[in-house]
Design a protein around this ligand. Structure first.
Ligand code: NAD
Length: 366
């Protein structure tokens, strides 16, 4: 089968890490009999330099015409780059907000898992990390507090600020459906996180999630208050499979979940709309400090490509093959500089650059 992928190399290390993800997809294509056709578009600083804007309408159309989008990262050094002397709506990051909106991407997925080989980097106590963890954080991305009405005004002689947290049942419904669909591809458990003891929006969230759950009898649903979830993530992360939550809670909890892996450079992410379409990108940024040196870790982008296979193309076996190849490469002792052991003990460990890491992963795809 032929899959059309729009790729956004972007800025900084973006082009280097996207090249490796494409290399791995080509290898999957050869091994499993698929064709992946890539069309590059400019976004972020790369687009500003050529078109004067961070994303053109033509580029958006190219993305819409594809089956999925694979992105590196965008942006530059926010202090020294001339891109940051432009008005906020002309800066690199405006391109990302624009494409998310244009593509209707409302569900953000960020897996957080502990690799045995990198367990030493996990900041949790050994008796907790020993159990391992492998969870998928699903954050609603386009509603809630960040998109509600806001104002700051003088009331009774005091400056008073108001932010509004609004969700309607359709917004909750579509996010919940994504959560349950993803749980069906995993260990079939959803933890829905809210603050239903205080917030009306959370009580509606809980009601709608329960209605959606009725369509997925194989999936176990539990509800958890957000404050408890923040604690449970560091106390017993092994209990989580899919964590389903609204925008602001998800913003905070997904960073906490990333942090406990101890290896941010390894984490992929996806933003999905209500079809199978999605935009896949590493969780990290464009790392201008190491751009062009050939040392960036491409694994998060390669794992983002695996997520694309799983969630946009339903190629679960092929996604498994990429994830297994990454694990085997780590097991064989290969590391990019960011995931080298911190304790100075490099026995059995070999440091490699970006392209070599891509090659090693390709060699291990079976
Ligand atoms: P960053 O994630 O780019 O870098 C933070 C640190 O992590 C740096 O030391 C960097 O070298 C390292 N790092 C990041 N990815 C790495 C990789 N794959 N391999 C090895 N090391 C890696 O965050 P920042 O420095 O705060 O931001 C730099 C630029 O990236 C800014 O312009 C920011 O706006 C942008 N940004 C873009 C995205 C995106 O494209 N979605 C996300 C976050 C930040």
């Amino acid at each position: 089968m032929n899959y059309r992928i729009t790729s956004i190399p972007g800025d900084g290390i973006g082009p280097e890490i996207v090249t490796e993800a494409k290399k791995v997809l080509q290898k999957i294509g050869e091994r499993y009999g698929h064709t992946f056709t890539f069309t590059d578009i400019l976004m972020g600083g790369a687009s500003i330099d050529v078109h004067g804007v961070p994303l053109t309408d033509e580029a958006i159309q190219t993305a819409k015409d594809a089956d999925a989008v694979l992105m590196g990262s965008i942006g530059g050094n926010t202090v020294t780059s001339p891109w940051y002397r432009l008005a906020p709506d002309k800066r690199p990051e405006a391109g990302l907000l624009k494409i998310r909106k244009a593509l209707g991407l409302f569900a953000n997925l960020r897996p957080a898992m502990l690799y045995d080989e990198l367990a030493a980097a996990c900041p949790l106590k050994a008796e907790i990390s020993r159990a391992g963890f492998d969870m998928m954080m699903l954050r609603e991305l386009t509603g809630g507090l960040y998109f509600g009405e806001r104002k700051t005004e003088m009331i009774d002689g005091k400056m008073t600020a108001v932010d509004t947290l609004t969700y309607n049942e359709d917004e909750i419904w579509r996010a919940a459906v994504k959560g349950f669909e993803i749980a069906m591809k995993r260990r079939k458990k959803v933890t829905s996180v809210d603050k239903a003891n205080v917030l009306d929006s959370s009580r509606l969230w809980r009601k709608v999630v329960e209605e959606v759950a009725a369509d997925y009898p194989e999936v176990t649903l539990e509800h958890m208050l957000v404050d408890n979830c923040a604690m449970q993530l560091v106390k017993n992360p092994a209990q989580f499979d899919v964590v389903l939550t609204e925008n602001m809670f998800g913003d905070i909890l997904s960073d906490e979940a990333s942090m406990i892996t101890g290896s941010l450079g390894m984490l992929p992410s996806a933003s999905l709309n209500d079809t199978k379409f999605g935009l896949y990108e590493p969780s990290g940024g464009s790392a201008p400090d190491i751009a062009g040196k050939g040392i960036a870790n491409p694994i998060a982008t390669i794992l983002s490509a695996a997520m694309m296979l799983r969630y946009s193309f339903d190629l679960d076996q092929e996604a498994d093959a990429i994830e297994a190849a990454v694990k085997q490469t780590l097991k064989d002792g290969y590391r990019t500089i960011d995931i080298m052991p911190q304790d100075g003990n490099t026995d059995g460990v070999t440091q490699v650059g970006t392209a070599k890491m891509g090659d090693l992963i390709c060699e291990r795809i079976v």
